[in-house]
Design a protein around this ligand. Structure first.
Ligand code: SF4
Ligand code: SF4
Length: 102
């Protein structure tokens, strides 16, 4: 059985449900892995951009409500779902979805 699995979750501030899709909302294996940037939580520090081994993340041109340029995820690049970006982000701004195999 396959499904989406939210693999980066930390204690403390929880991402708002309205800021990203529900973990169960993405079930097509062709959509995995997927990184969702919660733009209002991103402060544009660039840590995730530097850390991504496949260069899937880049600083975007747009700014969020706080005035920070936020990161964008390139779905066409070769994201492996390693979740390094999500673990590094100090603001819990990234959600990583990866196909779950049982
Ligand atoms: S999950 Fe890994 S490969 Fe995908 S964007 Fe994050 S750091 Fe890069
Ligand atoms: S590490 Fe987090 S806060 Fe920093 S640019 Fe990446 S998503 Fe934004």
């Amino acid at each position: 059985m396959r499904g989406a699995k939210f693999i980066v979750r930390r204690r403390g501030r929880q991402p708002g449900a309205a800021l990203g899709p529900r973990p169960g909302a993405m079930r097509k294996s062709s959509e995995m892995p997927k990184v969702v940037v919660q733009k209002e939580l991103c402060k544009g520090c660039g840590l995730c951009v530097d850390a991504c081994p496949t260069k899937n993340l880049a600083m975007g041109q747009r700014v969020n409500a706080q005035g920070y340029a936020y990161v964008v995820w390139d779905k066409k690049a070769k994201c492996t779902g390693c979740a390094i970006c999500g673990r590094l982000c100090p603001d819990i701004a990234l959600r990583i979805y990866k196909e779950e195999r049982k």
